[in-house]
Every structure is written in structure tokens, then in C-alpha cells.
Design a protein around this ligand. Sequence first.
Ligand SMILES: C[S@@+](CC[C@H](N)C(=O)[O-])C[C@H]1O[C@@H](n2cnc3c(N)ncnc32)[C@H](O)[C@@H]1O
Length: 280
Amino acid sequence: VSASAAEDLSLTAAQFASFRALIKEVTGINLGEGKGLMVERRLASRVRALALPGFAAYLEYLKAGHADEVEQFVNAVTTNLTSFFRENHHFDYLAQLLAQRQSAGPAASRRLRIWSAGCSTGEEPYSIAITLCEALDNLDGWDARILATDLDSSVLARAQTAEYTIGHLDRLPRADLRGWFQRGTGANAHKVRVKREAQALITFRQLNLLESWPMSGPFDAIFCRNVMIYFDKETQRRLVDRFAGMLVPGGHLFIGHSESLFNVSDRFRLLGRTIYQKAG
Ligand SMILES: C[S@@+](CC[C@H](N)C(=O)[O-])C[C@H]1O[C@@H](n2cnc3c(N)ncnc32)[C@H](O)[C@@H]1O
């Protein structure tokens, strides 16, 4: 990169403000004031990929309505950090709920719907699927489905492969959970793939949580973890209200470790450690 090109690729405060406004409009994500350098770094690769002279030209390009690039823009600015069995107490709790339903006998419903909203690269929905496979004695006797959605098309594409590098398994909470992953051979020896039985429970779909939702539900549980943290309070309120409308009475909402429904919704009661139950 020549000196003048590098100069062009520094983001001015006014450009940052424009990108922030656009990100908020498209995704609901409320980027902090201090995220200028992050935005500069992540968008510089888009500017280069399009061979544009700088961020001003990139803004114009986005505003001219290049839908493909808006998608790339969103993919570049979203934060997709996740891991298998992250906040494992949620999965322990889910396993207990399933065991209760199972032991309630044939009178209890065998229909089970769970939504992973903001599923990123798939570790969350696969952790849910493995929990189901382990907790239910006979999956064939259940009508169980997991819907996994994200706005970011690139993470969804990765999720759908069900393939991960072996290092992803380092932080599994129990060694025996490795049994749910198949090791690659030959050139793929550093890779693992989630076993088919768990994969088969999940449907992946692209969905912007701020837009309309095509599914009718209702869901028994919704996982929306480490997503709302990026939204402002008003966006959180609207979203959580819509989640309540999508849950069965007594359905559960699992949120991220640094999130809370305090001042966001009174339609849920807190059961403990970021696990909520729809009231009524
Ligand atoms: C930090 S990841 C959380 C992944 C996972 N739920 C977890 O807790 O490990 C946040 C995800 O939310 C997604 N996201 C952000 N805004 C969204 C929106 N408006 N609609 C749908 N997904 C969104 C991002 O693309 C990203 O994959």
C-alpha cells in the first residue's frame, strides 16, 4: 500500500459517524464511540477488495444500494465470538427441563421447538442439539426441531458445514462430549465434524432480528445470548416483547452473561443466572 493510499484508509470522525448510523439502521447494533479503530480495520479490507480510493467512496458505494456489499459490510462489522457449551449452566438447565418433560409420561407434549437467535458459527445450536440427543432416551418418539438464525451470511455458511478445527473442543465442559464429534482423516486430521444425529435436528436460516419473522412458532425455549448487548434499550425492549409473543406459556428465554431484562421487559420472571421464564 502506497503512503497516499494508506492515508486514504484512515477513517475520519464524520465517516465513522456515518458508518455507525448505517450499522444501526441495518442491524440495530449500537457501536460504541470507542469502536472507530475496529471499524477502520474491518472495513479497510472491503475498501481494498473493491479497489475503492477510500472510506468516503465506500460510503457512497453502500448508499448507492449495492445489496451484496451491504451484506459484506454487515458481515465485516458483526462480532461473532462464540464457543461450544458457552455458559454451560444453560445447557445443564435445558437437560433438566427435558428430563422433567420426559419423565412426565406420554401425556406431556412430545413437540419441542428451540430457537437459537444469533447463532453465529453454530456452536450454540450444536450444543443445544447435543444436549437434546443426550437427554432424550428415544429421539424418534419426539417431534424436536432447532431453528438457528443469524444476520451474518458468512458465519451461517460456516455453521452449516458443521466442521470445526480440533482446537474448538479444548474448552468442552466434559471430556465425553468429544464423542459427539467425528475426527477427520488424512489432510482433515485437524478437523472435527458434529455427528449427523445432532446435525439433523437443526435448520439454519438467515434472519435479521429487527425485521419481520417468517416462522409462526411457538417455541419452548429461545436462546438469544450475547446479541442484545449490542442493541440500545428501545431495540432490546421491542425484541424481547416479540420473543415473549413467540414462546409458549411458561417458555424459557436464555440470555448472555452480561445481559439482563431489568428495565427491558416485565413479561418474564428471572429463574436465576440469565435464565428467564415467560410469565403466564
Ligand atoms: C457474539 S455472537 C453470539 C453467538 C452466540 N449466541 C453465543 O452467545 O455464543 C452475536 C451474533 O449476533 C448476530 N447479530 C447481530 N445483530 C443481529 C441482528 N440484527 N439480527 C440477527 N443476528 C444479529 C451477529 O451476526 C453474531 O453472529
